[in-house]
Design a protein around this ligand. Structure first.
Ligand code: HAS
Ligand code: HEM
Length: 573
């Protein structure tokens, strides 16, 4: 059994205890803020699931007092879950891990400043959302127009995440200067590559919001080109899904084998996976726009093939992590072609959350390939199939993984204890069950032509009351109830844990669960395999990623700018 450099330092070095305590505190703030956003966002989900079961609760006096419309609720749900929960969790997670892995001293004042700025951005954007002045759905496509505070808050939030990226990348440069010729430790490598990808990916959204939407909503310019804005949105909008899922990949690759009692299969392969994501996550966004005019089929087809290419590192992940799990199960005495799976620790919530998240992602990923195929897209685009797809990707692959992480990360950060393994397990299994039933119901409704983003339950009785819809509608409604119970279980466990007394510093009671490696990358570049040497220069690869995006988007965006048609804003709410 070969060992990773990590094994020599199960607790990676930290400069001093005050720095460690400060780092843990800021990370805890990020993570708790993330879960508070998820709590509010998720409470709205069951109402929407009931809507897709034909049950309209939006006339109920309590719901009416809180929400002006279905669409205000849906805007809050999408923004809080997909944009706020993910970004806050990831910013804490991918600040803490590389700092620990590299053993570098971070400027904690800067880390706190970034957290506070992100929170200020969140509050600035949340206020108009809550006041029904930004009921734009989480994609905020113009010409639907909202309060300038919403766009300014969103820009500040994204800008703050770029500051976290900058702090982590700067820490990595510092480490590189101090350790010439050494191979970057695996977890830090994955974090730096993901942050670098995000800096390239976010350019579209930053351009859209700062150059177009803010001046327009402030009345400085008379109009905005909707197609140009939408194209810039999806420049970021598809790559953002990898910004959501790669932090989960870090868990599946680096920590899950330890939870299972197995080993990481291959560090060089993981590095290749992350480099492929760095290069190929962004130039694919036109697969969201097959139905849009004035974008040539030539570019749509190129983006389609690049989308199929970006599925490759996920397939590498599937086989590689499955190998780690099999390794673990056989070490526990597992036998047979599939029988080994029974030996995995299914009752341990940190483990089961990640594996069930991955099982969900197999189905979500397969659906993604359908969405990306230009031939299938017209069947599923803008139907209930699409929310079906993304609740088993971001809503489960990412969310359930982060839930599972919280069961050991919060004890690690705070020195508190998980109050109940049984309740935590129940939360995990019921989330997975609920989301599977939800996905079945929504994909099915989508295939029968039910549109997404529609208050179906308030539609005229004869429009969507086809007998064929009865079963998928019922499944969707039931799933909403299962997920409500699951969320209640999860947040009960989370808050009981957070409110319990501190027992120790968390370092020994809940250490970072680094895993052993079957094929490590090695410590020095001179002795490392060619693949390790080729993946180490992340800065050069980042430049290549930028060039690739400019090549794949330059002609499309250039044409849209040269033919811009500015239209005034609409308020439909
Ligand atoms: Fe997607 C729409 C295509 C991945 C999220 N996607 C969305 C939207 C969201 C979203 C939020 O091409 C809605 C946007 C909107 O509101 O309009 N998606 C893809 C493709 C992939 C993909 C090709 N999506 C994701 C991920 C997301 C996400 C990841 C969030 C985290 N998606 C699309 C397209 C659309 C779209 C179109 C537009 C649709 C339309 O018409 O509007 C690929 O990256 C998927 C590759 C994944 C795989 C699966 C690999 C499996 C793994 C797990 C291994 C499991 C193991 C367990 C080892 C090929 C890694 C073994 C267990 C044992 C016990 C042994
Ligand atoms: C949309 C239900 C959790 C992200 C929807 C829709 C339903 C739904 C039925 C479709 C609404 C429509 O198209 O009209 C639920 C339920 C949940 C849940 C029952 C669990 C209790 C989550 C989570 C995330 C998420 C955890 C992400 C982390 C989204 C997003 C949309 C959405 C981004 C699209 C909003 C839009 O179209 O603007 N949800 N959801 N949901 N959900 Fe969820």
């Amino acid at each position: 059994r070969s060992r990773s450099p990590h094994d020599a330092r199960v607790l990676p070095t930290v400069p001093d205890t005050a720095q460690l305590a400060g780092l843990k505190r800021v990370t805890q703030y990020y993570v708790v803020t993330a879960f508070l956003a998820l709590l509010i966002g998720v409470l709205l989900g069951p109402l929407q699931a009931l809507n897709y079961a034909g049950i309209d609760l939006y006339d109920n006096p309590i719901v009416k007092a809180l929400l002006k419309s279905y669409y205000q609720g849906l805007s809050l749900h999408g923004v809080l879950n997909a944009l706020v929960f993910t970004q806050f969790f990831i910013s804490g997670w991918m600040l803490y891990l590389p700092a620990r892995d590299l053993g570098v001293r971070l400027n904690l004042r800067f880390a706190w400043f970034t957290y506070l700025l992100m929170t200020a951005g969140l509050l600035t954007a949340a206020l108009p959302l809550l006041l029904n002045k930004a009921t734009l759905l989480y994609t905020f496509y113009p010409p639907m127009e909202g309060s300038p505070f919403f766009y300014i808050g969103a820009a500040v939030m994204v800008g703050s995440s770029l500051l976290v990226a900058g702090q982590v990348i700067a820490a990595w440069f510092h480490w590189k200067r101090q350790h010439p010729g050494q191979v970057t430790p695996l977890v830090a490598f994955m974090c730096v590559a993901t942050w670098m990808m995000w800096t390239v990916a976010s350019l579209g959204l930053v351009g859209e919001v700062v150059l177009m939407l803010i001046p327009w909503s402030l009345g400085w310019v008379g109009g905005v080109d909707p197609l140009l804005a939408k194209t810039l949105f999806w420049w970021t909008g598809h790559a953002i899904v990898y910004f959501w899922v790669l932090p989960a990949y870090i868990v599946w690759y680096a920590f899950l084998p330890r939870h299972a009692g197995g080993r990481i299969a291959s560090e060089p392969l993981i590095r290749l996976t992350f480099v492929l994501f760095l290069l190929n996550s962004t130039p694919v966004g036109l697969h969201h726009q097959y139905a849009d005019p004035n974008v040539s089929n030539f570019w749509k087809t190129i983006h389609m093939f690049l989308t199929f290419l970006v599925a490759v590192p996920s397939l590498l992940t599937a086989f590689s992590v499955a190998a780690s799990l099999e390794d673990a199960a056989r070490a526990r005495g597992g036998r047979g072609l599939f029988g080994w799976m029974l030996k995995l620790p299914w009752g341990q919530p940190a483990f089961s959350a990640s594996v069930l998240a991955m099982v969900s992602f197999i189905l979500g990923g397969a659906g993604g390939i359908v969405n990306a195929s230009a031939a299938f897209s017209p069947v599923v685009h803008n139907t209930a199939w699409i929310p079906g797809h993304f609740h088993i990707t971001v809503g489960t692959a990412t969310t359930l993984t982060f839930m599972g992480v919280s069961f050991w990360l919060i004890p690690h950060l705070t020195g508190k204890r998980l109050p109940s393994v049984k309740l935590a397990s129940a939360a995990v299994w019921s989330w997975f069950t609920g989301m599977m039933v939800f996905a079945l119901g929504m994909h099915w409704q989508g295939l029968l032509g039910v549109p997404r983003r529609t208050q179906i339950s308030a539609a005229a009785q004869d429009v969507y009351r086809d007998m064929n819809l009865k079963i998928p509608e019922m499944l969707t409604g039931i799933s909403g109830m299962i997920l409500l119970v699951s969320a209640a279980l999860f947040f009960y466990v989370l808050f009981r844990m957070l409110l319990s007394p501190r027992q120790d510093d968390g370092e020994l009671s809940s250490p970072l669960p680094y895993s052993e490696v079957i094929s490590p990358a090695g410590e020095t570049l001179s002795a490392a395999a060619p693949l390790v040497r080729a993946t180490e220069p992340l800065l050069a690869l980042w430049v290549l990623a930028l060039v690739l995006v400019l090549m794949m988007y330059g002609p499309v965006v250039g044409k849209l700018i040269s033919q811009a048609q500015l239209v005034p804003g609409w308020r439909l709410y």
